[in-house]
Design a protein around this ligand. Sequence first.
Ligand code: RIB
Length: 328
Amino acid sequence: MTGWITVIGSVNQDVVCEVARLPGPGETVLAIGARTNPGGKGANQAVAAAKAGGSVQFVGRIGGDSAAAPLLSSMAEAGVKTVGLREVPGERTGRAYVTVAAGENQIVVDPGANFAWESDAELAVLAEAELLGSADVVVAQLEIPLTVVTWAAGLARRFVLNAAPAAALGDALLRRCDPLVVNEYELATVSGAPTETREQAGRAARSLCLRGAVSVVVTLGAAGSILARRTAESIEVTYQPAPQVNSVDSTGAGDAYVGALSTALADGAELGAAVAYATAAASLSVQSPGTHTSYPTREQVVAALAALPPADSSLATTRGEAPCVPVD
Ligand code: RIB
């Protein structure tokens, strides 16, 4: 029996343009094709978790405009319970402008209703607190106000934070993360350390464990992921390679990863096994276009796990290393 996952986060309508190559600063390029997709890191992660076998409820804010209905339908079709997704009258639904070229993407988000949350005093008495406090795993990202993320973290039994888009995090929030999930760019922002090489990323992830994070997962795209976690005496760092696949659209692949990771954790998997499950799910999602429609089922993830390269624990275990200073 799988445990409950509550995802708190954003819901966006994605306006996607396919181009031959991403434009540079000041450059105009013509699109090869354009479409709208359901999106938002929160909604994507909720759908990815549900499709990967999780029992998922969602907490968020959506507009009262025509963009809302298809987004609600896509979440419901995947089995996500949207009882905590409130319409904010007079607000527009969040929208993301996504440019996709040869498996890469650039995204600009207009948050709209995702930032139309109650005041701090009102948060304390919100009915959604029950959905957060009763879940086995709570998952958040940073496309909603940081005060709301911090409120959710305080109520969670196990808190998974995907620090995307990148932002500096206080130590109190970091201490709640098990794991913090970041890509190399987000890791550099949160840790203040260089993250260009795998060794640097491993050291930066360790420094966040020394600052208080229970565990940190660094997603490296096609290169796999790094897991750093505190044990009683040390910080262990392992590397999980990803299978080599043909990537056609990486939009929302990080969300496939976080969603599947949360499902595995809610199922009771230990974090290393959850990272393997998430890696298999993300490698499947990049092989087809879009977000929700590209996320694999539990059966598909389990089948892909068989072809996953084994984890490597040769990245060093460290005792007592000084943490890096976070950037503002
Ligand atoms: O992670 C991908 C998502 O980021 C897109 O769906 C877009 O809505 C933005 O939130």
